[in-house]
Design a protein around this ligand. Structure first.
Ligand code: PEP
Length: 257
């Protein structure tokens, strides 16, 4: 297998942070820092209210913009929701789906993640689909079972040509926002397992080409070791994406990894 057949993607997940002026300032600080990055896709997934500001602030740069969720219906009586078409029409390219915070606090299930992924693909967005085990599940030694189930359900009935537009983010739930990072070996083990599941489902060429990120307390210090692993193709970054110099360090680690 050859890591260079696939693109490394470093995506910031800003979560519920930054007003519009703060978003503009952060992106304007980041843009010159990452302007010479060639081999890594740099993405900022911002709150819905910041999308327009972010798209404007990154025009003519190599930073792509993503949202943090979308609904699975095209339109209708879903108060407070945003459709994939609405995002696409604005010029948004990526959307994070099935983040563990959505699963934990907003009742997201594998079934709705699957529906949202299909809706995002139908609209022409690139989904970043998050999977990962709880601490309790890891302790019970069922990490692989949990991940295999999520891959089966989240990508149910999604053909290979559509899957090729998706990114998977392996995010052990116990490592998100906790300061506890999976070791590089733990991250590699699960990312390799995910690739093996993809090979069973879609065949070797599709699995080899799939971008599989690690996410969970990745920062400027630990990024290089994580992204150097054969099956880790970048990262989904929460806290550290809110500081341009830290995020840039992670992007540079991926460029060199
Ligand atoms: C995330 O929000 O996807 C994440 C990985 O957060 P953090 O980097 O803060 O752990």
């Amino acid at each position: 297998m050859n890591k260079s057949v696939r693109k490394a993607v470093i995506a910031g997940n800003w979560k519920m942070n930054k007003t519009r002026p703060e978003a503009k300032a952060l992106l304007e600080e980041l843009a010159p820092m990452v302007k010479d990055i060639k081999t890594v896709e740099v993405v900022a997934c911002v709150p819905f209210t910041n999308l327009e500001t972010a798209l404007e602030a990154t025009k003519g740069t190599n930073i792509k913009i993503g949202a943090q969720n979308c609904h699975f219906e095209k339109s209708g009586a879903f108060t407070g929701e945003i459709s994939a078409d609405m995002l696409k029409e604005m010029g948004v390219e990526y959307v994070v789906l099935g983040h563990s915070e959505r699963r934990q606090y907003f009742g997201e299930t594998d079934e709705t993640v699957n529906k949202r992924t299909k809706a995002a693909l139908a609209a022409g967005l690139k989904p970043i689909v998050c999977v990962g085990e709880l601490l309790w599940e890891r302790e019970c030694n069922i990490t692989e079972e949990v991940i295999a189930r999520q891959i089966k359900l989240d990508f149910y009935d999604i053909p290979a040509e559509d899957f090729a537009k998706c990114i998977i983010a392996y995010e052990p739930v116990w490592a998100i926002g906790t300061g506890k990072t999976a070791t590089a070996d733990q991250a590699e083990e699960v990312c390799a397992f995910i690739r093996a599941q993809l090979e069973k489902k879609y065949g070797k060429a599709v699995a080899d080409a799939a971008t599989i990120q690690y996410g969970g307390s990745m920062n400027a210090k630990n990024a290089a070791e994580l992204v150097a692993k054969e099956n880790v193709d970048g990262g989904l970054i929460g806290g550290a994406s809110l500081k341009a110099p830290d995020f840039t360090e992670i992007v540079k680690a991926a460029e060199n990894g």
